[in-house]
Design a protein around this ligand. Structure first.
Ligand code: SAH
Length: 261
């Protein structure tokens, strides 16, 4: 279904085409005057200018049909190689999921951008509060921080919650709030959310998420399909007349689990 969408004229917003040695680019939407990119931004171990590699990744995402300029700009700004182990840095800008420890993975850039585009679809710029289930290494939370006013991100594994905090520290993103807990319960204190996005797939969308979604808000999550063997991307819009659900393409996410560990 992505093939039918019109291609954006690329680059979407290239005040990004900074030569080496010049100041780093500003992200498209910044809710803070502080830099979203750590000051020392050379790509350790990449052996390449990381921004050039990142922009090639963004070009590929645009070629695949991602057309939202806000999403492309945010994906071009956040340094994905800072969220993976040093041994994997050379694969950081390939469209592949990578291990982040404790049996979990950082999602493919293609899937992250697709889900963020769906989340933003039809919303004002930037959207309000967003709840992310499954912080993992913190990469998607960082991208989200450039696209919405506040990010609440929950992780159930203490080791990854701590790792995300460490990974995100140099980015200094005051609108990202990391929470340790069971995301199946959502996070009622931050509700209602303009958007909810899950990076782990369960049998069904927990009722708590639907309750915590604002009227006018949108939820994007992988959910079990075909008798539980596969997963599909699900989009649920909450309107004043009720919930509208769309089931989209099949995806492959780690399982949504209950409890903390
Ligand atoms: N967005 C992440 C992707 C991490 S993979 C990133 O950019 O790296 C999905 C994560 O969801 C895993 O870390 C897993 O531990 C977490 N997860 C699974 N079930 C969860 C739950 N009930 N609550 C919170 N996190 C959960």
């Amino acid at each position: 279904m992505t093939a039918a969408r019109p291609r954006p004229s690329f680059p979407a917003r290239l005040d990004n085409s900074t030569a080496k040695g010049q100041p780093m680019p500003k992200p498209a939407v910044l809710t803070t005057s502080k830099p979203a990119v750590p000051r020392q931004s050379s790509a350790h171990g990449l052996g390449l200018d990381s921004q050039a590699v990142r922009l090639r990744m963004v070009q590929k995402l645009a070629d695949q049909g991602v057309s939202d300029a806000r999403v492309l700009s945010a994906m071009g700004t956040i340094e994905r190689h800072r969220f993976v182990d040093s041994a994997l840095v050379n694969q950081a800008y390939e469209d592949t999921s990578l291990p982040i420890g404790l049996g979990q993975t950082i999602s493919k850039p293609g899937v992250v951008s697709r889900m963020l585009e769906l989340l933003l679809n039809g919303q004002t710029n930037p959207i309000g509060r967003v709840l992310e289930i499954g912080t993992g290494c913190g990469y998607q939370a960082a991208v989200l921080s450039l696209l919405c006013k506040e990010v609440y991100s929950i992780e159930r594994l203490r080791g990854l919650h701590d790792k995300a905090r460490e990974n995100l520290r140099p980015f200094r993103l005051p609108n990202v709030h990391l929470l340790f807990g069971d995301g199946m319960e959502g996070y009622a204190k931050g509700a209602p959310y303009a958007g909810i996005i899950a990076a782990a797939g369960g049998e069904a969308v927990p009722q708590n998420w639907l309750d915590q979604l604002a009227v006018g808000g949108r939820l994007v999550a992988p959910v079990a399909a075909s008798g539980g063997k596969k997963q599909a991307l699900m989009v649920i819009d909450k309107t004043d007349k009720g919930l509208h659900q769309m089931v989209l393409e099949s995806v492959h996410f780690v399982p949504l689990k209950s409890g903390i560990a």
